[in-house]
Design a binder for this molecule. Structure first.
Ligand code: DX5
Ligand code: ZN
Length: 228
């Protein structure tokens, strides 16, 4: 990846669910590049969160593009729900997607961007042949299901491996990292090639989410060689 600037995608999973509009407005004012929406189905992961109606409501109140992370068992059957609800980027998991190429094609037909994600135990080799068909590769740096978990350092090497795989495929992808990202861990993954960072607890779990987002951005941009 050649992008110097790192995109920040605050995850509203760590926001106050009774005040989602406020959380999105805070993210927007703080200059968030995306709003990360974690969809969990209680099967693929042991938690149940947001679905298409809430996504549709969020779409009405913000201009910031919506980064929809589908942690579900049957993305092949349900991806259209999220596209119709206004997702700008839809990421499915390689562990649960039966026909990733067909799903990416449907996402692209809707004019959205397509992403593929892999869990911490899944090797980067699982993405072989798929990297050339997506816009984003999302490397999980926690086992998905909950916000506020600790960063798993193996993600740093996986980001570098995805970057090398994309270069071999001569295809430009944005590498996104999700889980335990804060101002300390952000530079580690940016230095190995990540250019999009999800942060939940390190933004909405802090007393001043705006300052917290800026701190992550500053640390990330410095690591990307583009001092803020
Ligand atoms: C984890 C979710 C993440 C989560 C990250 O299952 O996919 O997007 O919100 O939260 P933090 O940044 O608190 O680890
Ligand atoms: Zn996520």
């Amino acid at each position: 990846m050649t992008l110097d600037r790192v995109m920040i995608a605050p995850s509203i999973l760590s926001a106050d669910f009774t005040r989602l509009a406020e959380a999105v407005a805070v993210a927007e004012r703080a200059g968030a590049d995306w709003v990360h929406v974690d969809v969990m189905d209680g099967h693929f992961v042991p938690n149940l969160t947001i679905g298409p109606p809430v996504l549709r409501a969020l779409k009405r109140i913000t201009k910031v593009p919506l980064d929809v992370h589908l942690m579900v068992d049957n993305p092949d059957e349900t991806v259209e729900w999220y596209l119709d609800a206004g997702a700008d980027l839809v990421t499915v998991h390689v562990e649960s997607c039966a026909d990733p190429r067909a799903v990416f094609a449907r996402i692209h037909e809707h004019g959205a961007k397509a992403g593929i994600s892999l869990n911490p135990p899944t090797p980067v080799s699982a993405l072989e042949g798929l990297v050339g068909a997506v816009d984003v590769v999302l490397v999980m740096s926690v086992n998905p299901g909950f916000g506020g978990q600790s960063f798993i350092p193996d993600a740093v090497g996986k980001v570098a491996d995805v970057d090398a795989m994309a270069r071999r495929a001569r295809h430009e992808v944005v590498i996104e990292v999700d889980g335990g990202i804060d101002e300390t861990t952000a530079p580690l993954v940016v230095a190995s090639g990540a250019r999009m960072l999800v942060a939940g607890n390190a933004v909405f779990g802090r007393p001043d989410p705006t300052a917290a987002l800026h701190a992550i951005r500053t640390a990330a941009d410095l690591a990307a060689g583009h001092g803020a």
